[in-house]
Write a protein that binds this ligand. Structure first.
Ligand code: PBG
Length: 344
């Protein structure tokens, strides 16, 4: 070691150097492991799955390599394999055979998500956790997240008329075996309406994971292909949040918690890590982050071009979401990440 270090100079004592040397605890893998603050594991992941009526269907989604539209039978085979990888939590999205202006087919006893829930429950019992996305954009002919109405000469989703339908959708899913419901439509009062509906139907034990801070985001592009749910006109900016806002996210979370949300979600994840952290610092509740389709597609596209190291970048991204404060991550990377974590 050089002998001329400025051991007692004024600036040295303020910085602590050379007494203080953070690199000491980075010197070996064992030291690094000992002081690691965040751990990732397959149990952190919730995998989105897309189900459509039929049999033998396994159609890869072009912009989301490794993700498929599945029919109930192939869904069971897929979930069986995913379970082997340690993935136990799933969120289901339905692509119905028909759509109408109100999305009524979403409420049907024999609807596609209801069918999938029953089939999965029968095949796997309670060894898997089944969450259902609660929204109407996949079921309405216009692709908006609820019933439309003229408001001040503008056609917009009618908030209060959509609420009872949402509650009905949740009850129907709970009846078919959903462990938890996840309303994603950003309607005011949706958590309260759903809580009252579930409680009244004998499902007081079913928790609500509210998409509390969901932004009107360009990162949902590939999902809208996967779920065949793009709005046929306009956009979702009258119900989803403005990406410029952060204080508003805290207010949305506060309201959803007051209405009875058990878990809250921030979505998307990567461009909103600051929101995850603010929510974490303010509220003492479990937080889910949705690492959305566009975030996934960017990584896949760059990896396929050989521009990034997919494994390294993916695990770094997932770690960053957890480090920001998420307790769980909805992610299409779940199968790859679970495999990599298993390999060590
Ligand atoms: C339904 C819904 C969407 C996503 C999840 N639930 C689409 C949207 O709001 O347009 C997006 C998920 C993703 O991009 O991975 N409202």
């Amino acid at each position: 070691m050089p002998s001329d270090l400025p051991i007692s100079s004024g600036s040295a004592s303020r910085s602590g150097f050379p007494i203080v040397r953070p690199r000491r605890l980075r010197a070996t893998p064992l030291f690094r492991e000992l002081v690691r603050e965040t751990e990732l594991s397959a149990s952190d992941f919730i995998l989105p799955l897309f189900v459509r009526p039929g049999s033998g269907i396994r159609t890869e989604i072009g912009s989301m390599p490794g993700n498929y539209q599945l029919s109930p039978d192939t869904l069971i085979a897929e979930v069986g394999q995913l379970r082997e990888l340690g993935i136990r939590s799933f969120i289901l999205f339905g692509i119905p055979a028909t759509k109408d202006a109100e999305g009524r087919v979403a409420l049907a006893e024999g609807g596609i998500v209801q069918q999938a829930l029953r089939a999965l429950r029968q095949a796997f019992g309670h060894s898997i956790l089944l969450i259902t996305d609660e929204c109407f954009c996949e079921y309405t002919s216009h692709g908006h997240c609820g019933i439309l109405q003229e408001v001040d000469g503008r056609t917009d989703v009618h908030n209060d008329a959509t609420l009872p339908l949402l509650a009905e959708q949740c009850i129907s899913h709970a009846r078919a075996g959903a462990d938890m419901v996840a309303p994603s439509g950003m309607m005011d009062g949706m958590v309260q309406a759903i809580r009252a509906g579930l409680d009244g139907a004998g499902f007081a034990h079913v928790p609500i994971m509210s998409y509390a801070a969901k932004y009107a985001s360009g990162f949902y592009g590939p999902f809208r292909d996967a779920a065949e749910s793009p709005p046929s006109f306009g956009d979702r900016t009258t119900y989803q949040m403005d990406p410029a806002n952060s204080d508003e996210a805290l207010r949305e979370v506060e309201l959803d918690l007051a209405e009875g949300a058990d878990l809250i979600m921030v979505k998307p994840a990567l461009s909103y890590l600051d929101i995850i952290r603010r929510v974490k610092d303010r509220f003492n509740v479990p937080i889910a982050a949705y690492n959305v389709s566009g975030e996934f597609a960017m990584v896949k596209a760059a990896a396929q071009n050989g521009w990034i190291d997919e494994r390294r970048v993916t695990l770094e991204i997932l770690m960053s979401i957890k480090r920001a404060g998420a307790n769980m991550i909805l992610t299409y990377h779940a199968p790859d990440a679970a495999r990599w974590l298993k390999e060590g």
